[in-house]
Design a protein around this ligand. Structure first.
Ligand SMILES: NC(=O)c1ccc[n+]([C@@H]2O[C@H](COP(=O)([O-])OP(=O)(O)OC[C@H]3O[C@@H](n4cnc5c(N)ncnc54)[C@H](OP(=O)(O)O)[C@@H]3O)[C@@H](O)[C@H]2O)c1
Length: 172
């Protein structure tokens, strides 16, 4: 099972402002995510990101084309409709994808969920879209945790006038 973490962030590694707003991120990132989710067939996100993004009026996780949409949460009462399913841990998320014959998934936040996967060494690749912004207070791409990973560089692509996309492989 290949897990690719995809996130859009400020130059200093913030994925949202301090109140959770993503105003400094352009729609190009959402397009990148949509293309990857369709290509991989599955995405995985944390419960807080899910609840936040589902409130967006124009597009949200429901408008993304993917066979399986996994929400990581310990809350057994979380109500989800197919193709959304709940996983109670990162490993459970992977098992749920394998059960659907899915061999790769996009991990798309948030901060705490990213760290949960990284701490268990479940991330194979990292793709980051870097926006031209520096945010003093906010939510970091990885919440604090007990991990240290080394990466090898794959490529960097200018995907828009002012957005650089960098891709790394996690050394295991
Ligand atoms: N810029 C981007 O590309 C991007 C993408 C996505 C999200 N975001 C931002 O990320 C922010 C949210 O990040 P966040 O860190 O606050 O929340 P999050 O990671 O989205 O969700 C946290 C929740 O995920 C569940 N979870 C995480 N690790 C778990 C584990 N090991 N086992 C079981 N459940 C686990 C828990 O849900 P329960 O409490 O229900 O158990 C936890 O409370 C939002 O502001 C959003 O805007 C940005």
């Amino acid at each position: 099972m290949k897990i690719t973490l995809f996130m859009a962030m400020s130059l200093n590694g913030m994925i949202a402002g301090k109140d959770g707003n993503e105003d400094f991120l352009s729609e190009t990132n959402w397009k990148s995510f949509g293309e990857l989710a369709k290509q991989y067939g599955c995405f995985i996100t944390g419960r807080k990101s899910y609840e936040l993004v589902q409130k967006w009026p124009d597009y949200n996780y429901s408008t993304i084309d993917a066979k399986l949409k996994i929400i990581v949460s310990k809350n057994e009462n979380l109500e989800l409709e197919a193709p959304f399913v709940r996983a109670n841990s990162p490993k459970d998320a992977i098992q749920k994808a394998i059960a659907e014959n899915i061999s790769s998934a996009i991990l798309v936040g948030g901060s705490s969920n990213n760290s949960s996967f990284l701490a268990e060494n479940l991330v194979d690749e990292v793709i980051l879209n870097i926006e031209p912004a520096i945010i003093g207070k906010g939510i970091s791409v990885f919440a604090e945790g007990e991990f240290e990973r080394r990466l090898s560089f794959i490529e960097a692509t200018r995907i828009a006038d002012d957005i650089l996309q960098v891709k790394y492989k996690v050394i295991k």
